[in-house]
Design a protein around this ligand. Structure first.
Ligand SMILES: Cc1cc2nc3c(=O)[nH]c(=O)nc-3n(C[C@H](O)[C@H](O)[C@H](O)COP(=O)(O)O)c2cc1C
Length: 235
C-alpha cells in the first residue's frame, strides 16, 4: 500500500487514527476487533446488514462493476437493499430496461465496492447476479414498496435512453421535442411499472476486506463456493 493510502488512516487533526471502533460501528463486530478471520467475516456482514438497514450508513451505496458491451468495464452506483449472511447474498433493485441488465444476461459476473470512511473499511465483493423477473420475491418486494419508490419504475422512458435536445428539463409534449416528450408523458400504471421492477440478487463468491489502521492495516480474503478458503493478505 502506498504512503498516501496509509495517510488516510490519520485522524482529523493529523494524528494517527486509533484502531478503536468508529462511532456507530457495532461493538461486537467492530473492524478494530477483527483480529481473526472469523471476526473479519462477522464484521463485514454486520456492515453490509447495517448498509441495507440504514440509508445513513456508508455501505448503503455500492459501486457495481460489470462487463461492458463496448469493451470498457462499467461502474455505477446502486443502493444496497438487503444483505443475507446465511445465503451469502446481497440485493439491489434496478429497472429491467437498463443496459446493465442486458450486460448481466451476457455475463452474470459482477464486482461491488463499498467504503466506510469513518470505519476506515473497504469491502470488495465478487459474485454472480440472479435476476428476479416478476417472481414471488419481486411481487413481495413490490407489495411492500412505497408509491414514491414505485414511481421510479413508472417512467415511460427507459433508463439510459438518449433524449432529444431538450433533455429532461422542461420538455414540452410536442412532436418536435422527441424523446423529451416521453418524460412528460403520464407515468406507467402499477402493472406496467412492476414489469420494469427487477430485484437483483448477487451471490457472493468472495469478500476482500481492508481495514486501514495506523497501527497496521489488515486485509483478508474470504472465498466461498465449492472450495472455500480464507487468508490474510498484504494490505
Ligand atoms: C446515489 C445513487 C443511487 C443509485 N441507485 C441505483 C439503484 O439502486 N439501482 C439502479 O439501477 N440504479 C441506481 N442509480 C443509477 C445508476 O447509477 C445508473 O446511472 C443507472 O442505473 C443506469 O446504469 P446502466 O446504464 O449501467 O444500466 C443510482 C445512482 C445514484 C447516484
Amino acid at each position: 500500500m502506498s504512503g498516501d493510502a496509509a495517510g488516510t488512516a490519520t485522524g482529523a487533526a493529523g494524528s494517527p487514527a486509533a484502531c478503536s471502533p468508529a462511532a456507530g460501528s457495532h461493538a461486537a463486530n467492530s473492524p478494530a476487533d477483527a483480529r481473526s478471520l472469523d471476526a473479519v467475516e462477522a464484521a463485514a456482514w454486520a456492515m453490509l446488514e447495517e448498509g441495507a438497514r440504514s440509508r445513513h450508513a456508508a455501505f448503503h451505496r455500492m459501486s457495481l462493476g460489470s462487463f461492458g458491451s463496448g469493451g470498457f468495464p462499467e461502474v455505477r452506483t446502486v443502493i444496497l437493499r438487503d444483505a443475507d449472511r446465511a445465503a451469502r447474498a446481497v440485493r439491489f433493485n434496478t429497472d429491467r430496461r437498463s443496459p446493465k441488465v442486458a450486460a448481466f444476461k451476457a455475463d452474470p459476473r459482477c464486482s461491488l465496492l463499498l467504503y466506510d470512511h469513518e470505519a476506515k473499511v473497504q469491502v470488495r465483493l465478487k459474485g454472480r447476479v440472479q435476476l428476479h423477473y416478476g417472481d414471488p420475491l419481486a411481487a413481495r418486494l413490490w407489495s411492500e414498496m412505497r408509491a414514491f419508490s414505485k414511481s421510479c419504475y413508472g417512467q415511460p422512458v427507459a433508463p439510459s435512453a438518449a433524449l432529444g435536445p431538450e433533455g429532461g428539463v422542461g420538455a414540452e409534449n410536442t412532436e418536435e421535442s422527441g424523446a423529451g416528450a416521453a418524460l412528460s408523458a403520464p407515468p406507467l400504471d402499477d402493472r406496467q411499472s412492476f414489469a420494469n421492477f427487477l430485484p437483483v440478487m448477487v451471490h457472493i463468491a468472495s469478500i476482500d476486506w481492508l481495514f486501514l489502521c495506523a497501527g497496521g492495516h489488515r486485509r483478508a480474503l474470504l472465498c466461498y463456493g465449492d472450495s472455500p478458503s480464507r487468508t490474510w493478505l498484504a494490505p
